[in-house]
Write a protein that binds this ligand. Structure first.
Ligand code: SF4
Length: 714
């Protein structure tokens, strides 16, 4: 009988009943790794990088523990989505691939998929395939899948009906015994009822030093798994598109709202992990609601370095805070007001929007054509960062903090409306606008925010998109809007094409800097181009001028830039990497960057054959290393790196903002890729502390490696 190991980390704490029942029914001996202990923590170095959150590093440690115990296979299903309208954190999607790529001797990870987004069911066949891999006939796997869901439901009902925390419900399920909760102090004069909200793989894992039990000595402790799903959904109607929050975080936020709004707790604690992406989005909602109801709130952020003493002190200090009287009447839950309500023409409208490369130029010229005033946004500088940092949640991704700083600057300089992209997906970008709006309103700013969301799928989203366009242009005529969008698109596309010419000529021009001067004046003139035709004519002129530049056969090294789109395109945020590479005289560098605003537009909104075919090619190349999308450009980073050697690329520079979830998954996998393909990959994790000196030194050293390799290989 095959022995299959299940790491006691991440999804184990949510899905163990499902996994255990499925394996039991297909006749597989499922071995769960022992609880986290000191020796487990020592195995966290099995995780190829230090970037992921503690949850991911613990999963690597438990996987290593199981391999050291000689299991035949690791069982790490790929959780993409557990509900129709939302996804799981990108790390839950990427973890089976991250572990698989970290294993020396090839694939031993069994990773069937669960992806219920858009009501999909085809993922079930991956469980039948997993059953086959583990020696079970298809019909036995189908039966096992059905029984597994039943076991999962029993577990969830046990937690709710008997008010059990996850480990108690697991014990009750395994023992078929009485469902006994841990003997919490009954509510009484001296006791305080506390809601401890957090991922079970943080709350109940040995690394968190029994954080939950520490609160039971003060009184009853309530957790997220004790709240019925219907009540969670009821609570989340007050959050715009709350149903599209990541599956597990929707449970955390809904439970927090339930306990606070119904006056069921004296205090609330959100227990999170360092660098947790989804938590950085929900923490602001919880903090605001707790403040609104006068419920003392504590955010406890843990990782493998958290000290016992510090934790104890913080909890004691918090529990000494006098709670306000509880049991106030639960207020009516106000459904979120959609910001798409077509309103009368605004008296005065001055629009401001964050930057991303040259995008704001194209949008501002389109707005001008509709007679809308807008403000020129300063790029992402230290000053702008200092405007955003005081407001931004600690572990939110860097583009959020920079764009928040830009929004503050714009409001301070007369903007009445802020334009921001929306679009709920796997990463945090889709939540930026809503959380930034909350934070700016909390600062007392008065403004209107216009969130541009994807019009796809047209059936569900076209009418909202139309209203947003009308609102953004202050009810301009459709003729004006369409012409403005058309010209705006072609200005953007012309600039992106010009940039690729610039990348190539920079590598060969005799007088370095010549093409940059031409390009900058080209961009300024395209920005003022009266029509699409004029923009393309300017591109033609720029191409002729660039081709006329005196060049040498410099034999440049080819460097591909991949990573998160905002830090890749926002030259201020990536410390002007492309200009730095362009200035390199030995070796000369030919930059290859496919990520652009136009490429993003065709990849996500209006597909064109060229971009769609390239997308398929990139996904095919990524498949042996990362078999599914993890949000943002994570999949692209892996695929473009896998294609690099066969496309004449000498090295890859990977740019990612600190805590960027999709790129953390990609970074982990690109380590294997770099070794396997013998391809130098340099990853920069851009933080608010990233300094120019260190950055330039690392780039120069990287270029020297590429040059030396060229000499060796040629
Ligand atoms: S980033 Fe947060 S939600 Fe994602 S795996 Fe880590 S702790 Fe969990």
């Amino acid at each position: 009988m095959l022995t299959v190991g299940l790491p006691r980390a991440m999804a184990y704490y949510y899905m163990y009943p499902f996994y255990a029942e499925f394996c039991r029914e297909i006749g597989v001996n499922l071995v769960v790794s022992p609880p986290t202990a000191k020796r487990t923590m020592e195995k966290m170095e099995f995780c190829p990088t230090d970037e992921p959150c503690v949850a991911v590093k613990l999963l690597f440690a438990h996987a290593k523990e199981l391999l050291d115990r000689g299991v035949d296979r690791l069982f790490i299903p790929c959780l993409v989505s557990l509900e129709r309208f939302n996804y799981c954190c990108p790390k839950f999607i990427g973890i089976p691939y991250m572990v698989n790529n970290a294993l020396e001797n090839g694939a031993r990870v069994i990773s069937p998929l669960i992806d219920m987004s858009q009501g999909k069911r085809d993922w079930e066949k991956t469980w039948i395939e997993a059953g086959t891999q583990l020696g079970a006939p298809p019909q036995q796997a189908v039966q096992a899948l059905r029984l597994a869901w039943a076991a999962q439901r029993r577990f969830e009902e046990l937690c709710i009906r008997n008010q059990l925390v996850t480990p108690e419900a697991f014990r009750a399920l395994n023992s078929n015994g009485p469902a006994l909760g841990n003997q919490q102090a009954a509510a009484g004069e001296e006791t305080q009822t506390v809601a401890v909200i957090g991922h079970p793989y943080i709350l109940y894992d040995g690394f968190s030093m029994d954080v939950l039990t520490r609160f039971t000595e003060y009184g009853p402790v309530l957790t997220a798994e004790m709240v019925p799903p219907a009540e969670l959904q009821r609570q989340l109607v007050s959050v715009s598109e709350g149903e599209r929050l990541w599956s597990f975080e929707a449970q955390l936020l809904g439970a927090a709202y339930h306990y606070i709004r119904n006056g069921l707790v004296d205090k609330l604690v959100l227990v999170g992990s360092f660098e947790c992406g989804p938590e950085s989005i929900i923490e602001n909602y919880i903090e605001e609601e707790a403040a609104r109801h006068g419920v003392p709130f504590l955010l406890l952020t843990l990782d493998e370095h958290t000290a016992d003493a510090g934790l104890a002190t913080r909890i004691e200090a918090f529990m000494d805070v006098q709670p306000l009287p509880v049991g106030k009447e639960a207020p009516r839950i106000e459904p979120a007001t959609e910001t798409l309500v077509p309103g009368p023409r605004a008296e005065r409208m001055v629009i401001g929007m964050p930057t991303m490369g040259h995008l704001d130029l194209a949008v501002r010229s389109a707005l001008a054509e509709c007679g809308i005033d807008s403000i020129d946004t300063p790029h992402a500088t230290k000053e702008i960062l200092e405007l955003g940092k005081p407001l931004a949640p600690e572990f939110v991704c860097l583009p959020f903090t920079f764009t928040l700083g830009q929004m503050r600057w714009l409001l301070d300089h007369g903007a009445t409306h802020l334009l921001m992209v929306g679009g709920k997906g796997k990463c945090r970008l889709g939540w930026y606008a809503q959380v930034q709006e909350q934070l700016l309103r909390r600062m007392g700013y008065e403004f209107e925010i216009i969130i541009i969301d994807s019009p796809l799928p047209l059936r569900e989203r076209w009418s909202g998109f139309r209203q947003t366009l009308k609102r953004t242009t202050n009810q301009a005529s459709w003729l004006k809007i369409i012409r403005a969008l058309y010209t705006g698109y072609h200005r953007m596309a012309a600039i992106d094409k010009g940039e690729r010419i610039c990348h190539r000529v920079r590598a060969f021009e005799r007088q370095q800097g010549t093409v940059d001067r031409l390009f900058n004046s080209f961009v300024r003139r395209v920005h003022r181009a009266p029509s699409a035709e004029a923009a393309w004519k300017l591109l033609g002129e720029f191409r002729e001028q660039a081709e006329a530049i005196e060049t040498d056969d410099t034999d440049p090294v080819r460097v591909r830039i991949v990573g998160e789109i905002w830090v890749v395109l926002e030259q201020y945020a990536n410390l002007h990497l492309e200009a730095l590479l362009g200035k390199s005289s030995d070796p000369r560098v030919w930059v290859d960057r496919e990520i652009s605003v136009t490429q993003w537009f065709h990849k996500n909104l209006i597909p064109i054959r060229e971009v769609t075919e390239r997308k398929k090619e990139i996904h095919r190349a990524a498949a042996p290393y990362l078999g599914t999308e993890v949000g943002g450009h994570g999949h692209y980073s892996v695929g473009l790196t896998a294609l690099a050697p066969r496309e004449g690329i000498d090295g890859v520079i990977h740019l990612m903002p600190f805590t960027c979830m999709p790129e953390i998954v990609a970074q982990n996998i690109m380590i294997k890729l770099s070794q396997e393909l013998d391809l130098p990959v340099l990853t920069f994790i851009i933080t608010d502390q990233t300094g120019e000196a260190g950055f330039e030194t690392r780039v120069e050293a990287f270029l020297d490696i590429l040059k030396d390799r060229r000499l060796v290989h040629h």
